[in-house]
Design a protein around this ligand. Structure first.
Ligand code: NAI
Ligand code: 13P
Length: 320
């Protein structure tokens, strides 16, 4: 298998480092200066500092370099995935494409796997998701992820080629469940960050995680996700990681809201756009997603953190 990673942010770089222990990997960066800097320093100083890019990694900003490869992991921010696929679809046809982004597209309300399938229909589409911080993957710390591919044979092949001694992939054919879990947990992580940042405490966070998981299941049911997928690494697993670690950018974004502190707008925070997409999906499917609704209002500054808890606690009492 000839592997490429498109997108040289923290996660794309980390995946290239992990997979380079199996063989050569091409890492494509859209920015030529960034690509040169990585070539010169053998390090992604901007997004993943202090991690060496070994000799098995070829760094390029030439998109044509991807045409010789058969498998491409796409690790661009979720809201840019559609544009990236549309721009490069001519060279992506016939390949195995693995989305590594987590989010729901605001324009089409589609998950990342669905967009691969729609925009490059003659490619084999898969989703790689689950609990993993880029820095942990890059340091070869033990990590377990979900590899979702509707075609069971392709999924099995990808599972064997993309696993390493430290990176253990579990496979499923439930692409919808896998892409939803990865997208939705970011929204709940923002809520948990607000909760801790505003001083509401860990019991309140546990409640938010649990009720947030109920929202994930509710939407999953309507969109055709399998409940076991959401209960696995890509749903529950990633929810547990992201809602409890300040390595998570979504969680830190929430912390900053809860503490009324500024937040660097250049940071990739997928949950903010996904919350906006969820509002539209909830309306379309007549679903009640109270936590996601509050997160959207907080992220857009329509609601202050002091009123967020009241908005959730004043809802009518109901069965669990
Ligand atoms: N960082 C992490 O620990 C993990 C990230 N992810 C997911 O990976 C995706 C990417 O995140 P990160 O790499 O962490 O973000 P990042 O903020 O570190 O880097 C984003 C990269 O995407 C590039 N980029 C932006 N727009 C682009 C476009 N239109 N075309 C090509 N490249 C473009 C930027 O130049 C930058 O290098 C996100 O969906 C995130 O949820 C998934 C698991 C872990
Ligand atoms: O997806 C992640 C962990 O699984 C990374 O989370 P953040 O995007 O919040 O940093």
């Amino acid at each position: 298998m000839k592997i490429g990673v498109a997108g040289a942010g923290a996660f794309g770089t980390a995946l290239a480092v992990a997979l380079s222990s199996n063989g050569p990997v091409t890492l494509w960066a859209r920015d030529r200066d960034q690509s040169r800097d990585m070539q010169n320093h053998r390090e992604n100083r901007r997004r993943l500092p202090d991690v060496a890019l070994g000799p098995n990694i070829s760094i390029t900003s030439d998109i044509e370099s991807l045409s010789a490869l058969d498998t491409i992991l796409v690790a661009v921010p979720a809201q840019t995935l559609r544009g990236w696929l549309t721009e490069h679809r001519a060279l992506l046809g016939g390949k195995r494409l693995v989305s590594c982004s987590k989010g729901i597209d605001l324009e089409t309300l589609k998950g990342t796997g669905a967009q691969l399938a729609e925009l490059v229909p003659d490619a084999s589409a898969a989703v790689l998701t689950g609990p993993s911080f880029a820095v942990d993957i890059a340091r070869h710390l033990p990590t377990a992820l979900t590899l979702a591919c509707a075609d069971a044979d392709d999924g099995e092949y990808l599972q064997s080629c993309l696993s390493t001694p430290a990176l253990r992939l579990y496979r499923t054919t439930d692409v919808i469940g896998a892409e939803l879990g990865g997208a939705l947990k970011n929204v709940i992580a923002i809520a948990c960050g607000v909760c801790i940042g505003a001083g509401y405490g860990e019991s309140a966070r546990a409640a938010l995680m649990t009720r947030g998981f109920a929202e994930m299941r509710r939407l999953g049911d309507v969109l055709g996700a399998q409940p076991e997928t959401l209960a696995g690494l890509s749903g529950f697993g990633d929810l547990a990681l992201t809602c409890t670690s300040d390595k998570s950018r979504n969680y830190r974004f929430g912390l900053s809201i809860g503490r009324n502190e500024p937040f660097d707008p250049s940071t990739t925070v997928e949950g903010a756009a996904t919350a906006a997409a969820l509002i539209k999906l909830a309306r379309h499917h007549d679903l009640d997603l109270p936590i996601s609704t509050v997160v959207h209002a907080l992220a857009t500054k329509e609601m202050a953190p002091e009123t967020a808890l009241g908005a959730l606690l004043s809802r009518p009492l109901k069965e669990e």
